[in-house]
Design a protein around this ligand. Sequence first.
Ligand code: HEM
Length: 534
Amino acid sequence: MLLDSYVFNFLKRELEHDIQKSLLVFCCVLFVVFIVQSIIKNLIEIAKLPPGPIGVWPFGILKFIGHEKHKSLMKLASTYGPLFSCKLGQQLYVVISDYKMIREIFKKESMTGRPKTPLYGVLNGAGVINAEGALWKSERRFLHEKLRRFGMTHLNSKNNKLHDIINNEINELLTTLRHETKKPIDLEPHFAVSISNVVCNLLMSVRFTRNDPKFIRFNSMIEEGMKLFGKITSVDYIPITQYFPSFQTAKSQIASNREEMFEFYREVIEDHRKTFDRNNIRDLVDFYLLEIELAKENGTEHELFNGRNHDEQIMQVMGDLFSAGMETIKTTLLWLIVFMLRNPVAKKQVQDELDTVIGREKMPKFQDLQYLPNTESTIYEVLRISSIVPLATTHSPMIDEELNGFKIPAGSHVVPLINSVHMDPNLWDSPNDFRPSRFINAEGKVHKPEYFIPFGTGRRMCLGDVLARMELFLFFASIMHTFDVCLPNGAQEPSLNGNPGVTIHPDNFLVYLKERPLDVPIDDQTPLRNFGSY
Ligand code: HEM
């Protein structure tokens, strides 16, 4: 009996042990099958992607990218070709440096999506730069149409508001600079206030003086904001960093700066409401207020801006246009000066052309541009060689896309590598040489090849390209016509090093301005409304 129960227990234990063992083996096999299956699935998915460097999990190729992302991606393009993919941390990037492929993919509706980055989270898809879908479409159409009404058009416009705004700011700038000819100066703060005033006037009919504390605070917040956005980008690469205290601090700093800027915009919108007259539209804010009134009258108020809070949307658009329209123009003007200092022959060609075509008794007007191929081509050559926005804005396909037989998965980050297109020796003869004449054809006319894409291409290309062309021409030509911009005695040529930030910015440098005697009275200025003078 005792033996029986011993044998029984022994067999039972053995059986249980066997079952446990088999269960364990079964689980292990299941686990291995699952792993193998997902590896195969991943390999199949990876095989569909454009080729590219492998990287090390979880950092991908982050270590290789470093500070100058545009240059590192260009190096990779020379190894992996004009369409490659790579992982920056956990995020899949698809990088395109062939202009035909860039044009092909960016004309697709599905490519108008924005990556769901931390920045996207903070801005909540409002405004225009970060908006998508129906909101983006209606805002882009609205802004295009309204800016054209102010004269932002290639053609001669009946409305000269934009020209007047730019010319007034140029007059102010030249007047200030005429008092700065005794010693070397830094042009950057002068350009910053003039360019900011163009955008601020267009948006909200206000302008700042250079020492206005509001302007100084405004600029420092934008500068700080750009640095903070840079910091929180790491979350996009390595999601776990979102739980790090430094991320939380940066995020709350962005939110509080944004709130402070919105406070300023709110004040402006309220002032506009008090003085609004639909028969006298002064600026973009007025156009928005009219849009809201019309929607109220039509009973479509709740549909406006895709149901978003009206003031929040207007404020974000103001922030978008200010940040997109100020830094880009200021930086390009600085590069133009750098290249003029380094290329006295090109500078003389521009000045001689201005003297011959415009004459010493007049200042350049936008209508003169068509007769100034040297000046125009110099601006294009600087836009090409300095590619100040080398990675454009990142796009993200809303559905899986295909390019050249490769898969571009929904949600991936797609980057058009503008600097690579602009420095491609197969497209440009000696691309490292500064040579404005490459934009002038045999008939002596300016010709822009289709692979010249400083403003991007496709559905989301720059919204302010016409404004940029006007501002760059008028500011550059007026400065060249009024001053000889020289290197201070004993100073070295400014460096061609570009510092990556929102744009590729030149190193700081000083210039010495020699007045070129002009027989021009400073134009009578239309009254300018400084901030706070409502
Ligand atoms: C030298 C001057 C400028 C350059 C080189 C430049 C370049 C660019 C580039 C490369 C893009 C991205 C295009 C893409 O991702 O496909 C862009 C977008 C944009 N730019 Fe500019 N830009 C300049 C001036 C301006 C100005 C003056 C404004 C307006 C005030 C402006 C407003 C915008 C806006 C709103 C977008 C986003 C468009 C969208 O998301 O649909 N830009 N710009």
